[in-house]
Design a protein around this ligand. Structure first.
Ligand code: MOS
Length: 698
């Protein structure tokens, strides 16, 4: 029955357009009469604007308007505090976008933005997360709606009684999302209707937010997001650029293009919160864990509460009868943190998978064996069965492919010339969820098919994967299928986030295609000129899903070499083996997985937002000073997967793989560095002075 497109490697459908430059991004659509917006950041950390003098900006030739809280069109305050822009004089963090200059050219807009004069009344600020901050509190829940704390058994007693104990605190810094395409929008109003070309991870939500902000019906707003140059979570919800461009276009009554600058991505779009995480593991001498506790501290802003679910990973990963997790938060005078690839799981797994390595060393057993010994039979958190759980299969296959068997466990034992060489392993897990979406499928009189859904391809290859899935669901060669995504006029769909995109969208598409085949089976005669269209929604089906623990799993294997003199770390080899359900397109799947793993190298070794408390902001807010992993930092990297069939997920059996590649990756690197050098670095990134400055370093 299946045409067999799923599972076959296929280049991206839009690849030729992208490499020839004809794929249009948000501010690239040709447009008559277009103007340019440039956002103005606040120079105060906390306080209020007392005066704005637009005159020097308006004197710049070509400048048309300066929007600010005193003159901007009004927005509804009920949508989201984060989007209530240019409405109030309050300043919540340095860099908050408090004005927009609109001009005939981008150069004039930029110069105008430099000339706006703003006076502030300032108050003392607090911008640094500490474990004893007086503002620490317990949020009501953590993202998206998990209990803040969990407890089973008696952790304290079990930990006290344990033969072997690990008690370690791990720290991760602020990490900044930097998609190649910044947050960018072209906005135009016509007859009370708003059309935006916008860079986001889900334009159904952008359409809804704009309609509410401006108090107009949803069908008066159209959001086109055909090609998106990355997001990593930062575009998972409407953000400043689309609101500012829409406000400005309304004010000047002409189309406005507005793209945030690279520097403006360091703050206003959100960032991965810094974390302070204490992990305690208690086991017997054989490494059987009896007690497990993960206490996580992170930050939010004074604008709105963002509670990262840092310790949630620990709730379901390894077995232990006595367990506890907690989350505490501080409101600081900083921008609101937001999603960054595997929010929660990623920093949480760095801590837990590092602590597992410490426990393995303390027990004197192999870190793979330790994980195998603590494999749960049901989800330790909820008690539900796993729809499929192939962590051990990933560990075993990876160990064989990587050559783990020959490993001398002694730290610092392997030296090759000036290099100390070590290897490390870590587990990985990420939820496999789906959200309600709608889709249509149309049979055309010429024998072709058209499938439509407002999915978003942020560079993942989603468009291509969905096209393959639709072809199989229609049981026709994929060449006969055309797919349309990235437009809010299409059937509404869930966000490209949480590794839920392909699962959610393919579910709706499959149902529409199946229903269409059914209808065609009963249809006689030729099709009408507009074709035969059926629509499907998965809302009821997803609501009726039985509760189960649905997760993807993985294992990371890393070899590092560390310069014995300088402490320079190089990642010589990295292998990830994953259990991600059915792989639809091996080409784009591998690209997602090694992309996540590379971001893990970046997290472990390079990225760090350096905050200066006096200035109240990160001082390294550009690519000259905020380091990220480049191609030369990745010497050998490979991702593969185990065969996995899981019938308790969705019709295609996909688990999603946008995020699992980063989860656990930084721990595997830190574990390899410890094996190479004997030095355990518990605060990322692992910089050379943390190694060369350590007394245990050779
Ligand atoms: Mo991902 S951080 O859920 O886009």
């Amino acid at each position: 029955m299946s045409a067999g497109a799923v599972g076959r490697a296929h280049p991206r459908l839009e690849g030729p357009e992208k490499v020839t430059g004809t794929a249009r991004y948000a501010v690239e659509y040709p447009l008559e009469d277009v103007t340019y917006g440039w956002a103005v950041p606040a120079a105060a950390v906390r306080g209020r604007i007392t005066r704005i003098d637009p005159d020097p900006a308006l004197a710049v030739p070509g400048v048309l308007a300066v929007l600010h809280h005193g003159n901007a069109p009004r927005l509804s305050p009920d949508v989201e505090a984060e989007l209530y822009l240019l409405q109030e004089p309050a300043v919540h963090y340095r860099g908050q976008l408090v004005a927009v200059v609109v001009a005939e050219s981008i150069e004039a807009a930029r110069e105008g933005a430099r000339q706006v004069r703003i006076d502030y009344d300032t108050e003392p600020h607090s911008t640094v997360l500490t474990a004893d901050h007086p503002g620490l509190y317990r949020p009501e829940k953590v993202n998206p709606s998990f209990p803040t704390d969990t407890s089973e058994g008696d952790f304290d007693a079990a930990f006290d009684a344990a033969e072997v104990r690990v008690d370690a605190t791990y720290r991760t810094p602020a990490y900044h999302n930097n998609p190649m395409e910044p947050h960018a929008t072209t906005a135009q109003w016509r007859d009370g209707r708003l059309l935006v070309h916008d860079s986001n991870q889900g334009s159904t939500a952008v359409q809804a937010a704009l309609a509410e902000l401006f108090g107009i019906p949803r069908d008066s707003v159209r959001v086109i997001s055909e090609h998106v140059g990355g997001g990593f979570g930062s575009k998972g919800y409407p953000k400043a650029a689309v609101v500012l461009a829409s406000l400005a276009a309304r004010q000047v009554d002409r189309p406005v293009r507005l793209a945030l600058t690279r520097q403006q991505l360091f703050g206003p779009i959100g960032y991965r919160t810094p974390t302070i995480q204490r992990v305690r593991l208690g086991s017997d001498a054989d490494g059987r864990i009896s007690a497990i506790c993960h206490d996580a501290i992170s930050q939010t802003s004074t604008i709105t509460e963002f509670a990262e679910q840092t310790a949630v990973y620990t709730r379901s990963m390894y077995a232990a009868p006595h367990r506890r997790t907690t989350h505490r938060l501080v409101r600081l005078d900083v921008p609101t943190p937001f999603w960054m690839r595997a929010p929660g799981e990623c920093p949480g797994a760095y801590a837990l998978e590092s602590a597992m390595d410490e426990l393995a060393a303390a027990c004197g057993i192999d870190p793979i064996e330790l994980r195998v010994r603590n494999e749960p039979t049901v989800d330790p958190d909820q008690g539900h069965p796993f729809s499929s759980r192939n962590l051990v299969a990933c560990l075993i296959r990876g160990a064989r492919r990587f050559g783990w068997g020959d490993r001398d466990p002694r730290p610092g034992a392997r030296r090759e010339g000036r290099w100390l060489v070590g290897t490390g392993v870590a587990g990985s897990s990420y939820p496999a969820r789906a959200r309600a979406s709608a889709a249509t499928a149309t049979a055309l009189p010429d024998g072709g098919y058209l499938v439509r859904i407002n999915a978003t391809d942020i560079g993942t290859g989603a468009r291509t994967a969905l096209w393959q899935i639709a072809a199989d669901a229609l049981d026709v060669p994929p060449e006969r299928v055309t797919i349309r995504i990235g437009d809010s006029d299409l059937p509404p769909a869930s966000v490209a986030g949480g590794s839920m995109g392909t699962a959610s969208w393919s579910w709706a598409l499959t149902r529409a295609c199946q229903e269409l085949r059914d209808r065609l089976g009963h249809h006689s005669g030729s099709l009408p000129p507009e074709g035969l269209t059926v629509a499907a929604s998965t809302a009821d089906e997803i609501r009726a899903q039985k509760p189960m623990a649905r997760y993807a799993y993985g294992a990371h294997f890393v070899e590092v070499r560390v310069d014995a003199e300088t402490g320079e770390v190089r990642v010589s080899r990295m292998l990830g083996v994953f259990a991600v359900g059915r792989v639809v397109n091996p080409t784009t799947a591998r690209s997602q997985l090694i992309g996540g793993m590379t971001m893990g190298i970046s997290m472990a070794l390079h990225e760090e937002g350096l905050l200066d408390e006096r200035y109240g902001d990160w001082v390294n807010h550009d690519f000259a000073t905020y380091h990220i992993t480049g191609c030369a930092d990745v010497e050998q990297i490979e991702a593969e997967w185990v065969d996995e069939e899981d019938s308790d997920l969705n019709p295609t059996g996909v688990k999603g793989l946008g995020e699992i590649g980063i989860v656990g990756s930084a721990a595997a690197i830190a574990n390899a560095v410890r094996h190479a050098t004997g030095v355990r670095v518990r605060d990322l990134p692992i910089r050379l002075e943390k190694l060369a400055g350590s007394s245990s370093f050779t």
